[in-house]
Every structure is written in structure tokens, then in C-alpha cells.
Design a protein around this ligand. Structure first.
Ligand code: UDP
Ligand code: MG
Length: 337
């Protein structure tokens, strides 16, 4: 049942060809425990909204549990589901990127597979799109069931990013959003390797709005976002959408020059009047200050160079082992609409 590259809608006018009205993309990493409940809830919501004219794309991001066999079983039971099996774990942002490439719908919803983002919000999001918006972000009002540490670090990070970012990245917004086909096409055309999707969508502009929701606790399984992964995502956001960290070197250079000048005068005067400073403490402090500043600046430059290196290599963003689909969405001859 495997198929080749996405077959698209063959250039037929929308609503007539095979392009579904809605694609729902869900990245799955070790989601076996909750995936069936997720699919049931999503399918019910989507049917209510667009009838059968939708597809649910489940991207298996190198899960170590039985997520992929389960996805295959779900596809046999429901013709609307398509499964994409990545060759290994690529991380959520790239799993979503793969799903977006496969999506054929006129509108595309990104949704976590752990039911933390309530699928029922789709109705509200579709209504906002009908009003003419290109992007509808789900904005978190509350996040019950998440650790105080996660909430505090997330809040601090969103505010920092907001203040230094060169584009207006909406705050308290994850990847739960509905996008128009035009936005998805533009997103798919963006070549960056280090992808911070919420920032990229914000960068695209167009008419964007938000709907508020309460983020539910995870329904089953455990979060894959450990502290190092959270830091990695935060760094991607910061480096991808701001050059402010590079300016830290300028600030430190300013402080260093001022401080260095004063120290030089103090040392020279002491030498000339025959009372040189003997202190070990002052020397140690200077070495530490200038040493740390230099290493810090090198680290910041290194982080940007690393991104350039990644980009220049130009490797594929993700590798797909297999794409499995059931019956095509909205099956029937093209002339039937
Ligand atoms: N996810 C993924 N690849 C990963 C990590 C996570 O596809 O390497 C998926 C995961 O299955 C879920 C979504 O991304 O659907 C969000 O992950 P998670 O719930 O672990 O993060 P949290 O909601 O705790 O921030
Ligand atoms: Mg989650």
C-alpha cells in the first residue's frame, strides 16, 4: 500500500479534485498508549467539520514503541489516515515538516498526538479562517498538569524571544495551528535546516490571529521534551530569529575597554609613584572577567557558525522509510463535485 511522492491534486480546481478540504498533521513519538484514543477523537471532530473531505497524517518519528504498527492498523480501519514512517527520530519540528510536505489539504492543522491540544478547537479555528485569516494559532491560556519549572521557563523564554526577535512571534503559542494552503506552500519552500516553525510562520506574515485554549495534561505516555530538548528548541528560536546574541560581544567589548582603561591607568600610576599593586585578587578577577567574556563570545559565534555549517551541508531535512495510505480522501471521480 506504499505510495511514491505525494500525488497532489493534479492541478484540478480546489473542491473538484482529490485535494481534501483539511489535512491534519500529527507528529508521533512513542505515542502507542494514547494513539487510538487520539485518532478516534480527531476523526470524530474532523467528520463533524468537513464530512469525509479530510486526511489525518500520522508521522511516526522513529518511535521505539509500537506506534508504527498501530498506525498501520489504524490506516486499515480508517481510510482517511495516512502514515509516514521516518527513518529515525528527527525531532518534533522535522516530523511536522515531513507531515506538512505530505499534506494535500486546502487547510492544514498541526496537532500534538497526545491530546494536549484539544481537537475540538478546530471548529473555532475553521470559523476564523472563513473570516479571511491565513493562520489561526492556538494560544495557551492555562496549562494544568505541567510542572512549575516548565511553565516558568517557558514563560521566561517566550518573553525573552519576544523582546529580541526580529519578527513578532506570538507568545504562549506552540505548534497547534490551522494554516491556509498558501501559507503551507510558502513554509514548505523555506530551506532552513534548523526549523523553529512557530517563528517561520510568524515571519511569513499574512493575516494571522489566535484562539485561546486551555492546554490539557498529556492523556497517556510521557513527554519527550526533556530539559536538553527544551533548551535546544529555545536556542533554535533565539538564533533563528535574532542576531541579538552577537551584539553581546559589542557590549562586553565596551565594558572591557572601559574597565581595561581604568585598570591600565591605576597600574601605571601605581608603578610611577613607586607603589605597584601586589594583589593576587585583582589579577585573578581580571583574568576571569576577560577570559569568560572571550569564551562566551566565541561560544555565541560558534553557535551561529554551527547553523551556517548545517545549512551549507544541505542535507535532506528528513528521510522517509515508508508512506502508507488507505483509501484516498473524498474518493470518487474528479467530476463528482
Ligand atoms: N514528538 C515527535 N518527536 C520527538 C518528540 C516529540 O514527533 O522527538 C511529538 C510527540 O509525539 C507529540 C508532540 O511531538 O505529539 C509534542 O511532544 P511532547 O508531548 O513530548 O512535548 P510537550 O507537549 O511535553 O512539550
Ligand atoms: Mg505533549
Amino acid at each position: 500500500m506504499s505510495e511514491g511522492p505525494a500525488d497532489g491534486d493534479g492541478g484540478l480546481p480546489s473542491g473538484v479534485g482529490r485535494s481534501p478540504r483539511l489535512s491534519i498533521v500529527a507528529p508521533c513519538y512513542n505515542e502507542e498508549a494514547g494513539l487510538r484514543a487520539f485518532a478516534d477523537r480527531v476523526l470524530a471532530v474532523a467528520r463533524h467539520e468537513v464530512g469525509e473531505a479530510f486526511e489525518l497524517i500520522l508521522v511516526n518519528d522513529g518511535s521505539r514503541d509500537g506506534s508504527w504498527p498501530l498506525i498501520r492498523r489504524l490506516i486499515q480501519a480508517h481510510g482517511q489516515i495516512r502514515g509516514v514512517n521516518l527513518s529515525r527520530n528527527h525531532g518534533q519540528q522535522l516530523a511536522v515538516t515531513a507531515g506538512l510536505r505530505m499534506a494535500r489539504g486546502e487547510r492544514v492543522l498541526i496537532l500534538d498526538a497526545d491530546l494536549q491540544d484539544p481537537p475540538e478547537l478546530l471548529a473555532q479555528m475553521m470559523a476564523r479562517m472563513d473570516e479571511g485569516f491565513d493562520v489561526v494559532h492556538g494560544r495557551r491560556r492555562g496549562r494544568p498538569g505541567e510542572s512549575g519549572f516548565k511553565l516558568a521557563t517557558a514563560a521566561a523564554f517566550y518573553r525573552l524571544l519576544h523582546s529580541v526577535s526580529e519578527v513578532e512571534i506570538p507568545q504562549d503559542v506552540g505548534d497547534f495551528r490551522l494554516m491556509s494552503r498558501a501559507i503551507v506552500d510558502r513554509l514548505n519552500a523555506m530551506p532552513e535546516q534548523d526549523r523553529y516553525l512557530r517563528g517561520m510562520v510568524a515571519w511569513l506574515g499574512g493575516r494571522q490571529t489566535e484562539v485561546l485554549y486551555d492546554r490539557a495534561p498529556r492523556q497517556a505516555g510521557v513527554t519527550a521534551y526533556t530539559l536538553p530538548r527544551m533548551i535546544h528548541l529555545a536556542v533554535d528560536g533565539l538564533l533563528g530569529f535574532s542576531t541579538a546574541p552577537l551584539k553581546v560581544a559589542v557590549v562586553l567589548a565596551g565594558i572591557g575597554m572601559a574597565l581595561g582603561g581604568l585598570i591600565a591607568i591605576y597600574a601605571l600610576v601605581g608603578f610611577l609613584v613607586g607603589r605597584p599593586e601586589r594583589g593576587w585578587t585583582s589579577l585573578a578577577l581580571m583574568v576571569v572577567f576577560f577570559g569568560v567574556s572571550q569564551l562566551g563570545c566565541l561560544a555565541i559565534i560558534g553557535a551561529y557558525v554551527g547553523r551556517i555549517y548545517n545549512q551549507v551541508k544541505g542535507r535532506p531535512l528528513f528521510l522517509i522509510d515508508e508512506v502508507v495510505s488507505g483509501a484516498p480522501p473524498q474518493s470518487g471521480p474528479p467530476d463528482h463535485g
